[in-house]
Design a protein around this ligand. Structure first.
Ligand code: FMN
Length: 349
């Protein structure tokens, strides 16, 4: 049934289809889903019903939490949200590359701001019932770079009482200089600021909230060495590996939209994202879980990431191309693989 719907949606510009698709999901999403088998696990101190989550960016404002959860995701990440609402980049800013099951986007953190998102989380019945919601935070476009850390702190303080975990997104390619926060002094300052603020929040709210860092798949191996060394000594609970890529793999070059500026996601990202996941897994402390994200379009892709050391996985673009049954397929493939894997590999927690 999703394939029929998809035919209709793919006739529309990508962002219109996205908005309409989410509306449809609110009305009828659960009829498109397939019951998802239980596959419980613990990571970051949280108990997940299954290891397959929705990646950030689809539901930037938390408007569709209950409908997305009804698809069977083990966790849903919303955002990226910034302290103040902002419109994002001029349209068109999202492009489908159907020949290769890919998307290029340069949305630029269009969102309604952290206060709005927090209201939506408070309204969600699924969250109230214990659903695992990640809040992904970023900086406003017009905040000067030297004040970037303060934007993360503003969002952190507001998200803390509501989030199951908070993702620090420093890897979107569509906000100028955002990726610079992954390196050098800026990275150290951010980690220090997060550590101090997390201590204060823990005291004030008597609540532990794991902090995750979301990184780009475009780092050199020397950069990965440095980042992992810092993360191994920081108060960070885990890593999301990773965001969209600014690279353009050969397989997409014949696509009509291959030359659009922005981050590439979907099937052509899988190889790069997996190489990155493996590099991080080798260098990070064994007790630091990784969420493997990037290029999952079938169950085997999800199971592959778990075999490479991801504790959990997420996808976004795969949902557009394969539809909601991908949640079931991913969980099923991971379960099948775990039956074959030694127990010690199954879950680092
Ligand atoms: C249209 C679009 C918007 C996105 N917006 C965000 C975002 O706001 N924050 C973020 O951390 N990642 C964002 N992402 C990246 C995804 O969360 C994910 O990391 C990336 O797309 C790779 O996974 P995929 O190949 O399964 O899509 C976005 C991706 C797409 C396609």
């Amino acid at each position: 049934m999703y394939q029929l719907l998809r035919q209709g949606l793919f006739r529309l510009p990508a962002e219109t289809a996205h908005d309409l698709g989410l509306l449809g999901l609110d009305l009828a999403g659960k009829w498109l889903a397939k019951p998802v088998p239980a596959c419980p696990l613990t990571a970051f101190g949280l108990q997940f019903p299954n290891p397959v989550g929705l990646a950030a960016g689809l539901d930037k404002n938390g408007d569709h939490l209950d409908a997305l959860a009804a698809l069977g995701f083990g966790f849903v990440e919303i955002g990226t949200v910034t302290p103040r609402p902002q419109p994002g980049n001029p349209k068109p800013r999202m492009f489908r590359l159907p020949e290769t099951q890919a998307v290029i986007n340069r949305l630029g953190f269009n969102n309604k701001g952290i206060d709005y998102l927090c209201r939506q989380v408070r309204r969600s019945r699924w969250v109230a019932a214990g659903g695992i919601v990640g809040i992904n935070i970023g900086k406003n476009k017009d905040t000067p770079q030297h004040q970037a850390v303060e934007d993360y702190m503003i969002c952190l303080r507001k998200a803390w009482p509501l989030a199951s975990y908070i993702t620090i997104n420093i890897s979107s390619p569509n906000t100028s200089q955002l990726r610079d926060l992954q390196h050098g002094e800026q990275f150290s300052e951010l980690l220090q600021g997060l550590e101090q603020e997390a201590l204060r929040m823990r005291d004030r709210h008597q609540r532990e909230v794991p902090l995750l860092i979301k990184l780009a798949p475009d780092m050199t191996s020397a950069e990965i060495d440095v980042v992992c060394d810092r993360l191994n000594h920081a108060a960070i609970a885990g890593v999301i590996c990773g965001n969209t890529t600014i690279s353009r793999p050969a397989e997409i070059l014949s696509s009509r939209h291959a030359t659009e500026t922005g981050g590439l996601s979907g099937a052509p990202l899988l190889g790069l994202a997996n190489a990155c996941l493996q590099a991080f897994r080798q260098r990070l402390r064994a007790d630091l879980p990784i969420i493997g994200t990037g290029g999952i379009t079938c169950g085997a892709d999800a199971a592959g990431k778990v075999a490479m050391g991801a504790s959990l996985v997420q996808f976004y673009t795969g949902l557009i191309y394969a539809g909601p049954t991908l949640v079931h397929d991913a969980v099923q493939a991971i379960i099948a693989q775990q039956r074959l894997m030694p127990a010690s590999n199954a879950n680092p927690d």
